[in-house]
Write a protein that binds this ligand. Structure first.
Ligand code: UDP
Length: 479
């Protein structure tokens, strides 16, 4: 008698919002394709289990007790990578033993999918001879810029202050100032380079999943695939490929802002948020506050607790600001961002250009003001403003410049052009999500790929193809 066994995938997210969100979304996508999903997460910043009854969760002792983990420093990230090794290995080894004892009854472990910052997983997978797959939560353009620098670091580093605005022709449209590392004195400390190398390496992993789209980044993806020589599965945008939306927020969402948006005129409000990690100083907060106030445009502003250095939250706002803006401005600590961006009252997004925020904005046809502060945000901002032309770069943090930029986005002909282009961009991406579109086809191929992975043996020899034309989307095996 043939018994059908479901295939099980184990997901290992990096416990920060911009990474947890796409990993959980990927889990929902794979679950909807018939896989059973286990999320092996750190104790720090554990996901809300009740939002995902379809997953099994497993908590790993990450040694974070008593340590300030609120920022993903190198030290925190390395210690997490070290501390989670044994817990994950023991958990998987036990699961594999039970799989064998259960013979053909239970689900069967197919592979581990890990965030590229949790690079320790590659060691564990190799030891257990389990296939592993890397998840990239950022754009292909960002990884390409990193690899280009690694290949010849001496060509780019250190650079002079006077070179900051010079173009990097092989990385158009990037300039020295957009280089993706936290440069100190215009050079990059060796530990930072080491970390970036670890993150970009895929070890013995057999494939890479991307929260991006072939239609948007095909050239870049092909170039990277030449380098990595494993199949790539660009199946983004994850937040629209998921069958149903459930909250992935680590912080509590303040939904009162939706009621406030309901009272605003269509296409009138600027949404302001710098994501889950970046911190600004009180000077930037003050300039932003007066820029918004003087623009006379309605705004919804997320000021996350701890996001203004030296302050708890919005108490750093300048005197007289709240009185001046009155009902025209709404401030919250954390918003249900996807619903906010989808609201008809929203006209623009003042963003730090994190990759999730970037995709969420484009998919809701919202043009952007780009204020990058960290990591891949500089690359995203340059592409949004110079290549896709759906955003305005904000490079001078001064109240009159902010006021002018807000008015340009919200009121000018130039702002309307940005809107037209973001609508077109969204339509192209949506086409890729249809049955015969690239993301959907790549998803079908990913399902076939995982389903045909030999479990508990040496990972198969990598193959240098983007994706073949498989059509089956079943992941049930028969034994
Ligand atoms: N986000 C949210 N509410 C907020 C601000 C952000 O839900 O008030 C979500 C946003 O929708 C996105 C994620 O947090 O999915 C931030 O990820 P992103 O890659 O944009 O930036 P990061 O936080 O990693 O810098």
């Amino acid at each position: 008698m043939k018994i059908q066994r479901r295939l099980r995938v184990v997901l290992v997210p990096y416990p920060f919002q911009g990474h947890v969100t796409p990993m959980l979304q990927l889990g929902s996508i794979l679950h909807s394709q018939g896989f059973s999903v286990i999320v092996a997460h750190t104790e720090y910043s554990a996901p809300n289990y009740s939002n995902h009854p379809e997953f099994v969760f497993h908590s790993m002792n990450d040694g974070s007790h008593g340590i300030d983990m609120s920022f993903p420093s190198l030290e925190n990230t390395y210690s997490m990578n070290e501390n989670c090794k044994a817990p994950l290995r023991n958990y998987l080894a036990r699961m594999m033993e039970e799989d064998e004892e259960e013979d053909v009854q239970g689900d069967q472990l197919a592979c581990i999918i890990y965030d590229n910052v949790m690079f320790f997983v590659d060691d564990v997978a190799t030891q257990l001879r389990l296939p592993s797959i890397v998840l990239r939560t950022f754009s292909a353009a960002y990884l390409n810029s990193m690899l280009t620098i690694f290949q010849e670091p001496e060509k780019y580093l250190p650079f002079e202050e006077s070179q900051l605005l010079d173009p990097l022709p092989e990385l158009h449209p990037l300039r020295y100032k957009d280089l993706t590392f936290p440069a100190i004195d215009n050079t990059v400390p060796e530990p930072v380079l080491e970390f970036c190398r670890a993150m970009s390496d895929i070890g013995s992993s057999v494939a890479t999943i991307w929260n991006t789209m072939q239609d948007l980044e095909n050239t870049m993806l092909l170039r990277l695939q030449e380098h990595y020589k494993v199949p790539f599965f660009p199946i983004g945008p994850f937040h629209k490929m998921v069958p149903s939306i459930s909250s992935t927020s680590i912080l509590e969402e303040d939904r009162s802002c939706i009621e406030w948006l309901d009272k605003q005129a269509p296409n009138s409000v600027l949404y302001v948020s710098l994501g889950s990690l970046v911190r600004i100083d009180d000077k930037e907060l003050t300039e932003t506050a007066w820029g918004l106030a003087n623009s006379k445009q309605p705004f919804l502003w997320v000021i996350r607790p701890g996001s203004v250095s030296g302050f708890q939250c919005a108490e750093a706002l300048p005197d007289g600001f709240e009185k001046m803006v009155g009902e025209r401005g709404q401030i919250v600590k954390w918003a249900p961002q996807k619903q906010v961006l989808a609201h008809p009252a929203i006209a623009g997004f003042f963003t730090h250009c994190g990759w999730n925020s970037t995709l969420e904005s484009i998919l809701e046809e919202v043009p952007m003001i780009c204020r990058p502060l960290l990591a891949d945000q500089f690359v995203n901002a340059r592409y949004l403003s110079q290549i896709y032309k759906v955003g305005l770069e904000l490079e001078v943090i001064e109240r009159t410049v902010i006021e002018k930029t807000v008015r340009k986005l919200m009121l000018s002909e130039g702002g309307k052009d940005l809107k037209r282009r973001v609508v077109e961009m969204k339509q192209n991406i949506v086409a890729g999500m249809q049955m015969d579109g690239s993301s959907q086809k790549n998803l079908n191929d990913l399902v076939d790929f995982i389903s045909s992975l030999p479990s508990r043996c040496s990972p198969p020899t990598p193959v240098a193809i983007m994706c073949s034309n498989h059509t089956s989307s079943k992941c049930i095996i028969e034994s």
